[in-house]
Design a protein around this ligand. Structure first.
Ligand SMILES: Nc1ncnc2c1ncn2[C@@H]1O[C@H](COP(=O)(O)OP(=O)(O)OP(=O)(O)O)[C@@H](O)[C@H]1O
Length: 229
């Protein structure tokens, strides 16, 4: 079986010598195409570390990461950037919108990186903004939006390049429950209607239970994987 993404014996060591810390101690996970998966565990358990390695933002110390069956662990430079930009969408709290650029420019960024021409960038970014019902805010600056609207713009940016996988790190963390549910719904709609694989790191058990499967991380190890459906 070819998985959308797979890790084999992934380890991650931070620091060296007395400051050495093993944040991941041999993680094997396999996520199918079109699955929605929640990665859950206590603070410090290694969730973000795993997410960064899965999304090729950070390198593992040992083991490998496979994308559609291909070992991409040793991809570097432009090849890696292109793979990441073409295959992934990110809804990460640390990837804020650029406050001074317009909503449209923010959403079009992955297309700009991919070298898409301006007219096509605008068309695709407007389509993505329509999908999150924010096309009327296209000309606003990033800073002139509510928290929930910002997160929806992040979702538009994550889906604009038609990714295979969307990675979301606490996508509803800073939102009130009504707005959070709306954002959640959008992510699950993309997963169900467009078959985009969804990988979410969350502390929110309710959100985790809405995913097809939960992967539990404890002290850098997978300690269980549950299926709710
Ligand atoms: N750059 C780093 N240098 C040293 N240790 C690190 C570094 N980044 C993370 N760690 C350590 O690795 C462990 C796992 O961190 P990680 O951020 O993956 O946890 P997490 O499960 O995402 O936590 P949280 O839910 O609080 O975000 C923690 O003990 C953390 O202190």
């Amino acid at each position: 079986m070819t998985y959308a993404i797979e890790t084999k014996a992934v380890t991650k060591q931070y620091g060296t010598k007395e400051a050495k810390f093993m944040a991941l101690k041999g993680v094997d996970i396999a996520i199918e195409k079109g699955e929605s998966v929640a990665i859950i565990g206590k603070s410090g358990s290694g969730k973000s570390t795993l997410m960064h390695i899965l999304s090729l933002m950070d390198k593992q110390t040992g083991g490998s990461v496979l994308l559609n069956g291909e070992d991409v662990s040793n991809f570097k430079g432009k090849k890696l950037d292109t793979l990441r930009n073409d295959s992934f969408g990110f809804v990460f709290q640390q990837f804020f919108l650029n406050a001074r650029e317009t909503v449209l420019e923010n959403v079009a960024l992955p297309l700009k990186i991919a070298g898409v021409k301006k007219a096509e960038r605008t068309r695709k970014a407007m389509d993505a903004l329509r999908a999150v019902e924010l096309d009327d805010k296209a000309k606003n600056k990033g800073k002139d939006l509510s928290g929930g609207q910002k997160q929806r713009v992040c979702i538009a940016r994550a889906l604009v390049n038609n990714p295979d996988i969307i990675f979301a790190d606490e996508p509803t963390g800073n939102l009130d429950s009504v707005t959070g549910e709306k954002v959640e719904q959008m992510l699950f709609d993309l997963n169900r209607n467009q078959g985009i694989t969804l990988i979410i790191v969350t502390h929110d058990n309710e959100l985790a239970e809405k995913c097809d499967r939960q992967i539990f991380i404890k002290d850098g190890e997978v300690v269980g994987s549950g299926e709710v459906k």
